[in-house]
Write a protein that binds this ligand. Structure first.
Ligand SMILES: [Zn+2]
Length: 153
């Protein structure tokens, strides 16, 4: 079973929109999908706590935003599951390469991943990356900058 998702999240992991802004952004994203099948897979979710949105097998590497070294996936998974167990009171972690204190949300994810308390998710989106113009349009609709994640499971 192969599942593909296109997920749009606010760049601030703690930020949540009101219902109206979420509806506007969801309608805007719906209009960017190729057909009604893809639109059926769209759903909007608010989360009580911060959730991690992973890209599944699309992940190639995670790098340090300060020194550029690659972060070991084991370190990342341990750090994230520890934070998750505590409900992510914060996302700060000292990276093992250079010891810099950084937000897990600001590590360099290739492909992109992120942390959020709100998401608009499309299962089987039937398309690839949103363009910069489309992202800007979604940011306007939501009232907050957004990040996109393409996941493959
Ligand atoms: Zn580093």
């Amino acid at each position: 079973m192969i599942d593909d998702f296109l997920t749009v999240i606010p760049t601030d992991p703690h930020w949540q929109p009101g219902k109206e802004a979420a509806d506007r952004a969801s309608a805007a994203l719906s209009g960017m999908l190729p057909d009604s099948d893809a639109r059926l897979g769209l759903r909007v979710q608010w989360h009580d706590g911060v959730e991690v949105i992973i890209c599944g097998s699309n992940l190639e590497k995670i790098s340090c935003p300060h020194c550029g070294a690659q972060c070991a996936t084991d370190w990342w998974m341990d750090t994230v599951s520890e934070g998750y167990d505590q409900g992510f009171p914060h996302l700060m972690a000292a990276v093992p390469c250079c010891g810099a204190l950084t937000s897990l949300n600001e590590l360099v994810y290739d492909w992109p991943m992120g942390f959020a308390r709100f998401r608009i998710e499309v299962m089987y989106p039937g398309r690839s990356w949103l363009t910069a113009g489309e992202l800007a349009h979604l940011s306007d609709a939501l009232g907050h900058p957004v990040r996109q994640i393409l996941s493959h499971f």
